[in-house]
Write a protein that binds this ligand. Structure first.
Ligand SMILES: [Zn+2]
Length: 457
């Protein structure tokens, strides 16, 4: 009886292992212009090429079935065509989805994926990855030609895929270098977000010395119940649709602040429009540009981004406030830059993330240093205050040539004065033994009263 029970346990266990479905299901729909745009006077088929006549109206495909069986947990779609990438010829592609073929969701514009090197985008177009609910059964394409030009295509196709539900979610906390100011946040490594092993690292990686940290957004969905599946989708799209040897980014961050490992640290990525040498690429998952009203990255995502950028800045001795020449692009770039700074015409990382980069640089700098001095609460203009970081000191200096007797007080937020002394021209206050957090320095003189708020990190 006991043996029989064990036998069945073993059987079920084995069955469980062998019945493990792979993550990815894929299918490609090639748009057949002779039937999928049937009897449309705008479409002329010439041998293997398709010519669309000029029109002021969008050209609509038939309503076509999505060729996936039981996709989980969502569907992705990537449009590809061989034809004009010239904006003078083509206004826009768009796609929409339906669960029943009768009721249709809004049209989703399809923008070109600008992470591809410029030279590869001359004749081949790959659209950004589009996400849709798994319950959708039908799709329809719209082409908006420019009114005065005819367009020729060799082919148009939509690559559909589903990444499968994540098998397990684990997060690894890397061993922390206790001497580090900015330890790396917890990470989902490759085996965590792709536990069936279907997303291998690229073979023959090229290594680079990182001087610039490039921030992206995924331009994908802002809500998901399975972010590891979103990361797998991006891996699959980069590897199987673009033909790259690994996911393009070095790191990805979801709205919960979870950090995912992409290409390993210091492996040259594929994200900066072909100018990847010297860069780290980090992608904040979500669309921070097109949503209306605009969506900003979550505070948790920004915090992880800042800690990652701080970790890498410390590791590579990068000044997060600096601008440096970036040889691969030939540009003088901020060391923490947005993808759009490449000049490739992309909106990435989206307006509502891009406008946060100045604050992110300052915050990363403040994380790197033991003291941050925030704007004075009250300032006579005669007292300057600066951190001298090596000694963990704060320097107070009276800038007038006349030096009256001055007095400073260190005050905790409770109002308790924990240290005070007189000084004349300048003085250094050692803060080594003060606890982390906020305190105030009050400087009192005959004609001056200054209050500074200090954050010790
Ligand atoms: Zn980007």
């Amino acid at each position: 009886m006991k043996a029989t029970f064990l036998f069945f346990c073993a059987l079920f266990y084995s069955f469980g292992l062998f019945a493990q479905a792979p993550y990815f299901t894929d299918a490609i729909t090639k748009i057949d212009f002779s039937t999928d745009f049937q009897q449309n006077p705008q479409v002329v088929k010439k041998t293997s090429r398709i010519v669309l006549s000029p029109s002021t109206h969008p050209l609509l495909s038939q309503k076509l079935a999505i060729p996936l069986q039981n996709p989980e947990p969502f569907i992705t779609a990537a449009l590809q065509y061989d034809g004009p990438s010239d904006e003078q010829l083509l206004e826009q592609f768009a796609i929409r989805f339906s669960k029943d073929g009768l009721n249709w969701a809004n049209w989703i514009p399809i923008y070109e994926d600008m992470h591809i090197p410029d030279e590869s985008r001359q004749s081949n177009f790959t659209g950004q990855l589009i996400f849709a609910q798994a319950t959708n059964k039908y799709f329809q394409l719209a082409i908006y030609p420019k009114a005065n030009k005819s367009i020729e295509f060799d082919f148009i196709q939509v690559v559909f895929s589903a990444p499968g539900k994540s098998q397990k979610i684990t997060t690894t906390t890397p061993s922390v270098n206790t001497r580090s100011v900015c330890p790396i946040p917890s990470v989902q490594y490759r085996g965590d977000w792709c536990s069936l092993g279907e997303c291998p690292y690229g073979s023959n990686p090229a290594y680079t010395t990182v001087t610039h940290l490039i921030v992206h957004h995924s331009a994908g969905e802002n809500v998901s119940a399975d972010w590891a599946a979103v990361v797998r989708s991006i891996w699959h799209y980069h590897v199987d649709t673009h033909g790259w040897n690994d996911i393009g980014y070095n790191w990805l961050i979801d709205p919960n602040g979870v950090l995912y490992e992409g290409r390993p640290d210091n492996v040259r990525g594929a994200h900066f429009s072909g100018h990847n040498t010297g860069t780290l690429g980090v992608c904040v998952l979500g669309n921070f540009h097109d949503a209306n009203p605009k969506i900003s990255p979550s505070p948790a995502a920004i915090e992880t981004l800042e800690r990652l950028l701080c970790w890498k800045s410390e590791k590579e001795n990068i000044n997060p406030l600096a601008t440096k020449y970036h040889a691969s692009s030939g540009l003088h770039l901020k060391t923490i830059a947005g993808h759009r700074d490449s000049g490739s015409g992309t909106a990435c990382p989206g307006d509502s993330l891009y406008i946060q980069l100045p604050d992110i640089r300052i915050f990363v700098d403040s994380l790197l240093h033991p003291v941050s001095i925030f704007s004075p609460i009250k300032n006579s203009g005669l007292i300057t205050i600066s951190p001298t970081l090596a000694q963990n000191n704060i320097q107070l200096r009276y800038t007038s040539p006349y030096h009256p007797n001055l007095h400073y007080q260190i005050i905790y937020p409770s109002g308790k004065i924990v240290q005070q002394a007189d000084f004349q021209e300048d003085t250094a206050i050692n803060i080594t033994n003060f606890p982390k957090g906020m305190f105030f320095i009050k400087v009192i003189g005959k004609e001056t009263l200054d209050i500074f708020r200090i954050i010790k990190n």
